[in-house]
Design a protein around this ligand. Structure first.
Ligand SMILES: *[C@@H]1O[C@H](CO)[C@@H](O)[C@H](O)[C@H]1NC(C)=O
Ligand SMILES: *[C@@H]1O[C@H](CO)[C@@H](O)[C@H](O)[C@H]1NC(C)=O
Ligand SMILES: *[C@@H]1O[C@H](CO)[C@@H](O)[C@H](O)[C@H]1NC(C)=O
Length: 504
């Protein structure tokens, strides 16, 4: 009798609950339900036991390890000890050799999977994209040779990400080493990547050994989520999406078995990483990297290589169509060539002046226009033979004592100085002569920007600051430029062939 009564009470309670839940849901839906993806956060530290959920919310990803020496097996095992059912992905370019101790085909470890990113005749396209296989809301990137000893750290990270879902949450490994926090500026148009230090625990990129928790949705937005070196590659991509990284203070994971400690292993890894970095910058089209120390690294053309772009059609280099300006290495090489040309012309006593787009750049910023691919100089044809190199170049191309190549341009009566025999970025030298009050030219160029002009622009000559020095120029530069380019050219400069595409 008493048991029956208790059952009845239980039934009534269950029924009442169902009704309450039903009406709460209706009320919730009538208020608009889940308006945005992120609210309300799934997990709060205050909810009773988020630990049960963490396994279902997070996929562990192991990406940073060397096949020749690693601690991946024990690292993964340490996670499985704490979260037996959590999904684990081990991602590598090609199957590690020597093989990992984990038997990835062992059925009792269904939740641990290996993924090779490199293509193979045997692997279907879709299977090479592990990001499509992740089923959980979050991913946790775990560096090699680490341990987790309790559920709490991961729960704290998940709770923090719940509070600021569109960011990245980072936690250190070991309490001894402080993590670095960097600001990252990715300038696609100028092919550059700039790092600067910050004392904050909120920034764009983290250095030092750490765990990374983020939304799978964010990972899916990245063009190359797993490219090496990781996680540098990750932060370049998230920084360009303006995603912030937060370092959690007062908690840390444990170190695993020491790896890559020997002199030989470190040397080997450093070499591999240099190659990975080069490849990364190639893929992301970054040609100049400024480190937080102020050190500048170049990944573009050099004097010994060819320049960074191909033959120019209709005066519009290919990069302009990609929404980019001149690669910084090209601008730098062009400045060096121009300085050398100015010095040579000065030495020979040739009357010359800055022309066209270069003069426009000088007026605007004292530099080459950031999208320009050459430097234009006019000179007095009567002085030509004073320069030994111009004189020689009349007959055939000649490399001068400093390695610059002088030539008479094909299809024209003008001259060119190329940076080197291999790197053909160049300065144009246009000969003009005085004819009845006009600076006239032979038929070397059809473009309006190098057209003839009244001689009085050169009487007297003036000078202007350009690439860090004073360079001779016509007087009345504004009138001179507006004569060549039209009114307002200095304030609103255009691409060489603007009809080809709108100005950015
Ligand atoms: C599969 O993994 C389990 C747990 O690590 C281990 O006990 C078992 O021996 C493995 N089986 C095979 C066939 O490798
Ligand atoms: C100099 O550079 C121009 C433009 O890139 C190129 O067309 C020319 O062939 C180069 N001259 C020589 C001799 O390589
Ligand atoms: C020289 O210029 C003046 C005025 O611009 C013009 O009248 C004259 O015809 C020109 N002479 C020649 C030979 O072109």
């Amino acid at each position: 009798m008493r048991i029956k009564f208790a059952r009845l009470i239980a039934l009534i309670v269950v029924f009442a609950n169902v009704i309450v839940i039903y009406y709460s849901l209706r009320l919730f839906v009538s208020f608009g339900g889940f308006k945005t993806y992120h609210s309300p956060p799934t997990i709060k530290t205050t909810t009773k036991s988020p630990s049960k959920h963490v396994s279902k919310l997070v996929t562990i990803i192991v990406r940073e390890f060397e096949s020749f020496e690693n601690d991946v097996t024990s690292t993964v095992q340490s996670f499985l000890n704490v979260f037996p059912n959590i999904q684990v992905m081990i991602i590598y370019d090609s199957l590690p050799y020597p093989p990992l101790d984990i038997n990835l085909k062992n059925n009792s470890l269904k939740n641990v999977k290996g993924f090779a990113l490199s293509s193979s005749l045997k692997v279907p396209y879709a299977e090479r994209y592990p990001v499509l296989q992740i089923k959980t809301k979050y991913v946790l990137f775990v560096p090699d040779s680490t341990r987790i000893s309790s559920r709490q750290n991961l729960q704290l990270m998940v709770a923090e990400l719940g509070r600021q879902p569109s960011s990245i949450i980072v936690a250190p490994v070991s309490s001894k080493k402080e993590l670095g926090c960097l600001r990252v500026n990715v300038n696609v148009r100028e092919w550059t990547l700039k790092y600067s230090s910050t004392k904050n625990n909120l920034c764009d990129a983290v250095t030092g050994k750490h765990f990374i928790l983020m939304e799978t949705d964010l990972l899916r937005q990245l063009p190359e989520p797993f490219i090496l070196p990781f996680p540098q590659s990750l932060y370049i991509q998230t920084a360009s999406l303006l995603v912030e990284v937060k370092i959690l203070k007062g908690m840390f994971f444990q170190e695993g078995k020491p790896v890559l400690k020997s002199h030989h292993a470190q040397f080997k890894q450093k070499q591999i990483n240099t190659e990975r970095l080069k490849n990364l910058y190639k893929v992301f089209q970054i040609k100049q990297v400024v480190r937080e120390t102020g050190l500048t690294e170049w990944y573009g053309c050099t004097r010994e290589t060819s320049r960074c772009f191909g033959t120019i059609v209709d005066q519009m280099p290919s990069y302009l169509y990609e929404g980019r300006w001149t690669p910084p290495c090209c601008l730098s090489n062009l400045r060096k060539t121009a300085k050398h040309v100015f010095n040579s012309l000065d030495e020979a006593g040739i009357r010359y002046w800055l022309e066209a787009g270069s003069l426009l750049g000088a007026m605007r910023s004292g530099d080459i226009l950031p999208w320009d691919h050459d430097v234009d100089v006019g000179f007095n044809r009567d002085d030509l033979l004073r320069s030994p190199w111009l004189k020689k170049a009349k007959d055939k191309p000649v490399v001068d004592s400093k390695g610059f190549l002088w030539e008479k341009a094909t299809g024209g009566n003008f001259y060119r100085v190329n940076y080197s025999k291999s790197n053909k970025i160049y300065v144009n030298l246009f000969p003009f002569y005085s004819k009845n009050g006009t600076m006239a030219k032979d038929s070397w160029f059809t473009s309006h920007k190098n057209m003839e002009f009244p001689e009085n622009f050169l009487h007297p000559m003036s000078s202007i600051e350009f690439i860090g020095r004073q360079v001779p120029s016509p007087n009345n530069i504004r009138d001179f430029l507006e004569l060549k380019f039209g009114k307002g050219a200095i304030e609103n400069p255009e691409y060489p062939n603007p009809s080809r595409l709108p100005f950015p």
